[in-house]
Design a protein around this ligand. Sequence first.
Ligand SMILES: [Zn+2]
Length: 381
Amino acid sequence: MAPSKVLAGARVVLPTGTVDDGRLAVDGTRIAAQAPPGAEIVDLSGHWVVPGFVDLHNHGGGGASFTSGTAEEVLRGIHTHRLHGTTTLVASTVTGDLDFLARRAGLLAELAEQGDIAGIHFEGPFISPCRKGAHSEELLRDPDPAQVRKLVDAARGHARMVTLATELPGGIASVRMLADQGVIAAVGHTDATYEQTVEAIEAGARVATHLFNAMPPLGHRAPGPITALLEDERVTVELINDGVHLHPAALRLAFHHAGAARVAFITDAMDAAGFGDGRYMLGPLEVEVEGGVARLVDGGSIAGSTLTLDRAFKRAVTVDGLPVEDAVAALSANPARLLGLSDRVGSLEPGKDADLVVLDAAFDVKGVMRRGAWVVDPRLG
Ligand SMILES: [Zn+2]
């Protein structure tokens, strides 16, 4: 059991607003209303304390792939993201053979059972060849509900999200099946029209997989999926805020239209995140990472990101000009709510897991706490 602590002197972002010179008590693994007697005082004056980040969509990091790495490598990838403030992570797979993905789901389900990840997101193979991005075309298939169900079942209750091109044959039936199973149906890697996307949302789709990326652009006579996903209040839109995937004006447009409560910043990170430039494999495809930008060797398509959520946070506040509270919503509260984990994570409230990030005045990470234990100890920085 981690010793009890009081984090004192920081600007603390609470659900009710930001408190200057705040005090946050941690008792064991949880946030407490009051510090137990004898708690250690940690002076964090000059710093921010925000909730730990929740990443809905992440394929790997630290040189490890969640689609192909061993359990040990996957854990290394998770740890890499933790060092950057991500205390809750959904592991995403890329397109692969169905039997391979089902076996993969078994391995990732074990890590979910141990509490290392918050579940699995299947991105592909049920996506559009027209908008395949960095997914292998020969392995793509239509979203037959029985086959989608096969992956969900293989995840033993830990499937959290499936990204689908809902306009393909079987797409709407698959959305209904996923909604029935309590799995989030996400619209993405799609060539759908506005009308087809509205139909998918009506059937139960609730997330836009990296809005703007891997979908038709917004046209004034063909408003497309972007408009349908932005205008429906039931949908949360994922945004990759790395300065590469989106123009800052596109990010502002999404925030303006959806509002801060419906945006989730994700990394869509691949192995090179927190690791470095070089050659990597994304599923069966070769990727070259140069200057932190990952592209397919064949064709040059952007192939995920090398983003970590601390950089997404810093960029949101210092480049995009978002209020800190809106960045916290997009990085913690919204994805936690979407995952049904709001009783445990996503905000700093008594009774919840003591998952938090300490940032300095320049919004760089100085400390990370997960379940009451320092992953990055601010007193050692
Ligand atoms: Zn992805």
